[in-house]
Design a protein around this ligand. Structure first.
Ligand SMILES: [Zn+2]
Length: 454
């Protein structure tokens, strides 16, 4: 799998027109969103002021442990001071954006608040300790009167704020957390020009397209295999806050039809917390080995007979040479154990990894090894083990990669790679139930719709 070349290729085929079209679409969308946001904000402000009036009228003293707010439209801290009716002359809230290297002490100085108030705030204990670790970009909201702090809100992020308010001589602090709303979204498309174009038209973001390609990348070469008429269906998760989308992914279940071959993938987290994608039957979507253990620029030499560039003799080339810049990370093709690390004649700096009883892989001409990598160490698939170089007999920086099955050299580009481990037997029933449910959800949306750009 080489995602870089996949990205480049798709970007090229994306072409000018789509960029122009999508820009146009976005500008119109922005106007619409702006109009909608203005409306919503207006309504909410009206609602909020009504709510505040109601609060004042009833003088509600209850203070719930968890609060869900409709929108951050300056209505935030009102509830913390609900204990006392607020006269219209109440001191205003002041917003301070935390700068790099800022401390609460510095902010208090800027606002002209005495440091004694700061000590009392920190003495509130518990979550108030978080005020010692401000991060740039966060917001501190403060309400004070004549050098007396009444309330303080530390907006730690979109989901978390610390609310401090005065109680007699001291302060109490309370952490308010909000939850993201998760929405399950279905999307489908048929490829006309490029996967990116069709997926974007179907509403998938670039990240989700990469996720999709990553899931099926073991079976489909997204740089070479994609054809017009290929199609996909996806169910994925989106996260919303106040009706705004703030995150997306992961893909929960997906189908990809490539040149008539149909693939399905189901995301599953087993009771021990391991998450992976499987076929609906419980086989792994992954192979036990990466096809290429390095992001290469080109294949410099293939497997088989060739004239050796330095020895100038006919020889069998027992591996594949991937040209790549010096220092490019080389990854372990599969899980295994390092059985050799060192110089090996014309191979230069070399690593050999044993994968179970039958398979071994060799990586040569390295410029260096990953720190701490020693013989006997276990490595994980995709883990960096060394760096491309030209040690030994090499005309330029490249990775020489060999793949052996039962000690026999095989062509790494064409050898049939074994699948990664299927679902564990003890989780199989649980998985099948989960997979059946997700596949039914996918099918509930009917056959693949054709998504076209407007
Ligand atoms: Zn070679």
């Amino acid at each position: 799998m080489d995602y870089n070349s996949f990205l480049k290729r798709d970007y090229k085929s994306l072409g000018e027109p789509l960029y122009r079209r999508s820009r146009f679409r976005w500008s119109r969308l922005h106007l619409l969103l702006l109009a909608a946001a203005t409306l919503v904000a207006g309504t909410l402000l009206t609602l909020a002021s009504r709510e505040a009036e109601a609060t004042r009228a009833q003088a509600v003293t209850a203070s719930p442990a968890r609060i869900t707010l409709p929108l951050p439209v300056n209505v935030g801290p009102e509830d913390t001071t609900a204990a006392a009716p607020v006269p219209d002359t109440a001191p205003r809230w002041q917003n301070v954006r935390v700068r790099r290297g800022d401390t609460l002490s510095a902010i208090f100085s800027r606002l002209g608040l005495p440091q004694g108030e700061l000590q009392r705030v920190l003495a509130a204990g518990g979550d108030a300790a978080g005020l010692r670790r401000l991060r740039p970009g966060q917001t501190i909201r403060v309400r004070a009167e004549a050098g007396r702090l009444l309330a303080l809100v530390h907006e730690r992020g979109p989901l978390e704020s610390l609310r401090v308010h005065r109680e007699g001589d001291g302060f109490t602090a309370r952490l308010v957390q909000r939850e993201l709303e998760r929405r399950i979204t279905y999307s489908a498309g048929t490829i006309e020009n490029s996967l990116f174009e069709s997926a974007t038209a179907a509403g998938l973001s670039q990240n989700l397209v990469m996720e999709l390609a990553g899931i099926f990348g073991w079976d489909i070469d997204f740089a070479l295999d994609i054809r017009r008429g290929d199609r996909f269906r996806v169910i994925y998760e989106e996260q919303y806050l106040d009706g705004r989308k703030v995150g997306e992914g992961p893909i929960l279940v997906a189908e990809f039809v490539n040149q008539g071959r149909r693939f399905h993938a189901v995301r599953y987290t087993d009771p021990e917390g391991r998450t992976d994608y499987y076929t609906p039957e419980g086989l792994s979507m992954r192979k036990a080995f990466l096809r290429t253990p390095v992001d290469f620029t080109r294949i410099a030499s293939r497997f088989g007979r060739r004239r050796h560039p330095i020895l100038n003799r006919m020889r069998v080339h027992k591996g594949v040479d991937y040209a790549a810049r010096r220092g490019t990370p080389v990854k372990a093709a599969g899980d295994g154990r390092v059985i050799f690390r060192g110089r090996k004649g014309g191979y230069g700096r070399t690593i050999i990894i044993q994968h179970g009883g039958r398979y071994s892989t060799l990586y040569a001409h390295l410029s260096g090894y990953r720190r701490g990598l020693r013989v006997g160490r276990r490595v994980k698939q995709g883990q960096v083990i060394g760096y491309v170089g030209s040690s030994g007999l090499a005309t330029g920086p490249h990775l020489h990669y060999e793949f052996r099955v039962n000690g026999v050299h095989r062509n790494p580009l064409t050898v049939k790679l074994p699948n990664a481990r299927p679902i564990a037997r003890r989780f199989r029933d649980d998985f099948l139930l989960h997979a059946r449910r997700l596949m039914a959800q996918l099918d509930a949306h009917g056959p693949t719709r054709v998504a076209r750009a407007p």
